[in-house]
Design a protein around this ligand. Sequence first.
Ligand SMILES: [Zn+2]
Ligand SMILES: [Zn+2]
Length: 407
Amino acid sequence: MLCTQHKLKGPSDDELSTFAVLRRVYIERDEVKQIASILQRSDRIHLFRVGGLIFHAIGQLLPSQMANFHSPTAIFPVGYEATRIYWSTRVPNKRCRYRCRIGEDDGRPLFEVRVLEHGMEDLHYRDTTAEGIWDRVVQQVAKLRDDSSMLKLFTEHVKGEEMYGLTVHAVMRITESLPGVESCQNYQFRYGRHPLMELPLMINPTGSARSEPKVATQCKRPHTLNSTSVSKAYQSTFTGELNTPYSKQFVHSKSSQYRRLKTEWKNNVYLARSRIQGLGLYAAKDLEKHTMVIEYIGTVIRNEVANRREKIYESQNRGIYMFRINNEQVIDATLTGGPARYVNHSCAPNCVAEVVTFDKEDKIIIISSRRIPKGEELTYDYQFDFEDDQHKIPCHCGAWNCRKWMN
Ligand SMILES: [Zn+2]
Ligand SMILES: [Zn+2]
């Protein structure tokens, strides 16, 4: 339609007399993208609904749980939650909400369903399988229909995993993208890992297997500082005390490189959305091997201070950026850090983080370990200590030799 100023004067072929569209219009909808964005928000406001299923939370699986928490047709993440709308077992011809959850009991999946029905007390079901619960529900519904001489219900078509929503396309796309699910031996993958799904399934901030993972887009360090899983660096000291002529020259070149780095790092890097997680740092130009790329700046603090700060940051839901220099000292870059804190972990990194001593002060420098072409994301190996299941952090670096877990 045209505004009054542009309105054609006389009758014209260009003017529409009707708004009817005479051909079919297809609106393309990328379902996977939509699901991924819902997961990334994970605020429990944006839910998705497929038919009679409302999806709430995906939950997660730890390496030791993979073996028991799946069947050939479904994966059972701990913390998974969805609501199924289905026939009531108490009021004929009425539907109600079945809140389905997967928990854990003694290393085995525990299926729990709470029935929410208007004006009635909640019902609770518990079983070691989804079938166990839904067979009972369906039998009760069938009996109720029988008693009120309604049409028979075909109970054999109701499958527990399906009622739980675990076999719904959209849900399977997510469960099959959970970190580490490749080791579910008896499970038959339908779609396989989807790269878009990998971002949000990151960290379990409470460290409890029972809670679902929250999005921690900027969290590059685990929360278990006291167990020394802060990023570590290769120790290499360049002081004037080395005595061979070769070393002396080496020392000289290193310290002059460091002085230049103070002003030149800005030409080396740029910040952009990472292919691995959250934000990442990229090479702004071709970097030769052994180039000092950027210094990891922050406040040098002692362990005890670091532990205290970690708790405060955690309570503020802040991404924690700390880097261990040695057994006593940590660099805290959470509030005072530079862009180096955005360098992501990779199992096949192109940089190393080295502790370099200049004028008797320990500095952490990110140094290229090979030639890095312009535009490549910078990474180094965080070298976290190995952790027990409760504190595992999945790795999404995408390297061919990825260890799957960062610790
Ligand atoms: Zn106009
Ligand atoms: Zn990796």
